[in-house]
Design a protein around this ligand. Structure first.
Ligand code: 5GP
Ligand code: ZN
Length: 137
C-alpha cells in the first residue's frame, strides 16, 4: 500500500516529529496553514473515520489536546488553536491516512474556515436530528 504517512510512521520518509508513542505520531505539516501547524496520526493505517479504531481515535485526540496545550502555554504562545479533520474528498481530505490537523492561531493570522450559516426552524432541526439519530450504529 502506498501511504505517505505510513512511510513517515515507519521511518521510510522524513518528518519533523513532535511526539511519538506506541499508537500515535505527531509531526509538522510540510505546508503549514500557520506557523506550528502539525498533524497527529494513528500509527495503524486507517484511510478514513469508517475504518479508524475508536481507541486509536481517542489516542489521536488526546495527543492533539496535549499539543494544543503546549501551543497555548509554551513558547509558541498561540492565542488559540483549531483542531480539524477532513474525512472524504468532499470534506477536503487529500491524504488518505486519518490525521488531525492542529493549527495554532493568532489574531489576524488570515486562516479561517469559510461557511454560510443558515437559520433552519426547530422543526427542521428536529427532523434532521431524527434522521441522523436513526442511523447511529
Ligand atoms: P488533508 O487535506 O488530507 O486534510 O491534509 C493533508 C495534509 O498533509 C496537508 O496539510 C499537507 O500539507 C500535508 N502533507 C502532505 N504530504 C505531506 C508529507 O509528505 N509530509 C508532511 N509532514 N505533511 C504532508
Ligand atoms: Zn497510512
Amino acid at each position: 500500500m502506498n501511504c505517505i504517512f505510513c512511510d513517515i510512521v515507519s521511518g521510510r520518509s522524513d518528518a519533523s516529529v513532535v511526539h511519538e508513542d506506541d499508537d500515535v505520531m505527531a509531526f509538522m505539516d510540510i505546508r503549514p496553514w500557520t506557523s506550528g501547524h502539525l498533524l497527529v496520526v494513528p500509527k495503524r493505517h486507517a484511510s478514513g473515520l469508517a475504518d479508524l479504531d475508536p481507541g486509536d481515535g481517542a489516542a489521536v485526540f488526546a495527543v492533539g489536546q496535549r499539543i494544543a496545550t503546549a501551543l497555548r502555554h509554551g513558547p509558541m504562545r498561540a492565542q488559540g488553536v483549531n483542531l480539524f479533520l477532513a474525512d472524504g474528498i468532499a470534506a477536503g481530505q487529500e491524504v488518505f491516512h486519518v490525521h488531525l490537523h492542529v493549527v495554532p492561531r493568532t489574531a489576524g493570522d488570515g486562516f479561517g474556515l469559510r461557511g454560510m450559516p443558515k437559520s433552519p426552524s426547530r422543526v427542521a432541526l428536529d427532523q434532521t436530528a431524527g434522521v441522523i439519530r436513526s442511523s447511529l450504529t
